[in-house]
Write a protein that binds this ligand. Structure first.
Ligand SMILES: Nc1ncnc2c1ncn2[C@@H]1O[C@H](COP(=O)(O)OP(=O)(O)OP(=O)(O)O)[C@@H](O)[C@H]1O
Length: 304
């Protein structure tokens, strides 16, 4: 059986349009399926939990952005029987970019119905105290998470989304957050014993794939199936320099800058004296001062 979880509002409303095209193609081929439409935050987690708790072999497809894919990942309770498929309709689509997934609905559906490869994908997990959240793309602490947090609650984003201009909000929020940036002392440690202390950092991104934030190659060598997390830590730099560092991350050239540090690990811990914004695939993981980031033992079967 094919199950679809659809966020109709993803990609400034293009989620529903794309679903209608997919539904028409499914009807034409007379294929049995069930579809669930999300209405608010948390719906996709609950749907994925309900679907996968039956412990039957199934294909579960997400139609939405990275946020919807993340919620579904967090709801899956049976990695053995679930094959995950993703039809990107979001605005940033970093997961689709990293996995080279097709954009056209008919190509996406053809892949789902006749998979070329079933990839075993690494699944990231961020923990703080008793709380944890899984991620596909990245998690991060500091500047990048502050931008995500503000965008999630931005009224302006909701308004601009109506005119398909949601991405403009990110630019505006990022500029505002750069103005507010102060930098925070941080201690970063890895499970193999490496440990570093920084007088002030702007952010630290833990990458399962190479892109985040709509195409920034934070860790150009990150691979989602290599059993490792790649880490990009950016120390405090003058604001004007930071304004130059950020765009250079589109091509991955930021890695040659002295204050940018790249690491590879299986598990990382980061500690800051005050709580900072934290995200997982662009969704809020609240404000924390100690987090542990690792990969789950189980991999996720993923059609690509
Ligand atoms: N019907 C709905 N209407 C409005 N918001 C919704 C609805 N269903 C889910 N959401 C919210 O949408 C957010 C996820 O959006 P999603 O990531 O799928 O799309 P996006 O933001 O356009 O894409 P991307 O994350 O790739 O930029 C979640 O925070 C979720 O709470």
């Amino acid at each position: 059986m094919y199950y679809f979880i659809v966020n109709p509002s993803a990609g400034s409303g293009s989620g529903m349009k794309k679903w209608k095209m997919i539904a028409a193609l499914l009807k034409k081929q007379n294929l049995p399926y069930k579809v669930y439409f999300t209405r608010k935050s948390g719906d996709a987690v609950r749907f994925a939990q309900a679907i996968t708790s039956r412990h039957e072999p199934l294909i579960l497809a997400a139609l939405g952005g990275d946020g919807t894919a993340n919620e579904i990942l967090n709801g899956i309770c049976d990695f053995e029987n679930t094959i995950f498929s993703y039809i990107p309709t979001g605005s940033s689509n970093d997961l689709a970019r990293a996995l080279n997934l097709p954009d056209a609905p008919e190509e996406s559906l053809a892949l789902l119905l006749n998979p070329e490869h079933i990839h075993a994908l690494d699944v990231g997990c961020i923990q703080s105290g008793e709380d944890s959240r899984r991620f596909f793309v990245s998690s991060g602490v500091g500047f990048d998470a502050s931008v995500c947090h503000e965008a999630l609650s931005s009224r302006l984003k909701k308004l601009l989304n109506r005119f398909h201009l949601g991405k403009l909000t990110y630019l505006g929020i990022a500029l505002k957050q750069i103005m507010l940036l102060k930098g925070t002392p941080a201690k970063l440690a890895f499970d193999d014993g490496r440990a570093f202390s920084f007088p002030r950092i702007f952010f630290c991104a833990f990458m399962n794939t190479k892109y985040e934030g709509g195409g920034f190659q934070m860790c150009p060598d990150a691979l989602p199936d290599d059993g490792f997390l790649d880490v990009c830590l950016v120390e405090k730099v003058p604001k004007l320099k930071f304004l130059r560092v950020l765009p250079s991350a589109f091509s991955g050239r930021h890695t040659s800058i002295e204050e940018v540090h790249i690491y590879r690990c299986r598990e990382a811990h980061i500690k800051t004296p005050r709580p900072l914004a934290v995200h997982a695939d662009g969704e809020s993981f609240h404000f924390r001062n100690t987090i542990t980031v690792s990969l789950l033992d189980s991999k996720l079967k993923f059609i690509s």
